[in-house]
Design a protein around this ligand. Structure first.
Ligand SMILES: [Zn+2]
Length: 266
């Protein structure tokens, strides 16, 4: 398996009583820019805790944003120092302490490609789903599955166009997208037969399966896969979750097959 580790970039953390500053630098995206800024900071004994180097809305400049231990740091002096590095266009330094916590104060909407994404704690979302299942039973499960199904159907033509891939390669690319979204840790297409309209997919550490349950619980992801493969096969499919982490299995496994019959909506 390829290397993967958890993305843990704290944008919300306990200050431990320390003064923490957030620094955002807009600079030319050319070799050595980060090295020059960090060596200027190192000369002043400033320790960078963690940060992110991310794109701006212009191709020639990028943001480098990070938190530092701000004890005894003079902001004005630091701003002058960083502004003096060639290629630096903007410097923003802010106190990031709020009560006992530190909060990222420099970033607004998060983008994934051209799309705005909503981050939600997995536990919150699981609670929303669990409440729907408790209140509405099988109807609740079908509703959550339908939410996934709709997205899965929509995403098939989009990823096909944007990745320029087909079949198994496209399905694997789409699994990589939901890894990036944090819905699963990794996924594998174990079996795919487009002619027979059959797919078998394994997902590790799905967000839905975070708490124990006697039966499979990944109704949303089952819907996503069912919608995706229904579009790929060009026929309405149904999905079954035949193994689930929530009931102690190593991974969640889904089998998507052609519906044996369909009721007309007439
Ligand atoms: Zn599951």
């Amino acid at each position: 398996m390829e290397h993967r580790h958890n993305l843990f970039f704290p944008r919300l953390f306990e200050s431990g009583g320390k003064r923490i500053l957030e620094i955002s630098i807009l600079a030319e995206n050319t070799p050595g820019r980060i090295a020059e800024v960090s060596s200027a900071l190192a000369d002043k004994g400033v320790n960078i805790l963690w940060g992110v180097h991310h794109a701006s809305d212009r191709p020639d400049v990028a943001w480098w944003c990070f938190f530092i231990d701000g004890e005894g740091v003079d902001e004005g002096e630091l701003r002058d120092l960083i502004s003096g590095v060639r290629g630096v266009r903007e410097v923003h330094i802010s106190e990031a302490n709020l009560g006992d916590m530190v909060v990222d104060v420099h970033h607004g909407i998060q983008l994934l490609g051209p799309d705005a994404v909503v981050e939600m704690r997995a536990g919150w979302l699981r609670n929303v789903f669990r409440e729907a299942y408790k209140r509405w039973g099988d109807d609740g499960k079908r509703m959550v599955e339908f939410l996934g199904l709709y997205g899965g159907r929509k995403s098939y033509p989009e990823w096909r166009r944007r990745f320029g891939l087909e079949g198994k390669a496209l399905a694997e690319a789409a699994l990589n997208v939901i890894v990036v979204l944090g819905w699963i840790e990794r996924g594998e297409v174990v079996e795919l037969d487009v002619k027979k309209s059959v797919a078998r997919v394994r997902l590790w550490n799905t967000f839905e399966s975070g708490e124990p349950s006697p039966e499979p619980v990944c109704h949303f992801l089952k819907g996503v896969l069912t919608g995706f493969f229904s579009e790929m096969f060009g026929t309405p499919c149904f999905g079954r979750e035949v193994a689930c982490r929530a009931k102690g299995d190593e991974y969640c496994e889904f089998i998507i097959t052609k519906k044996p019959f369909t009721f007309s909506r007439g």
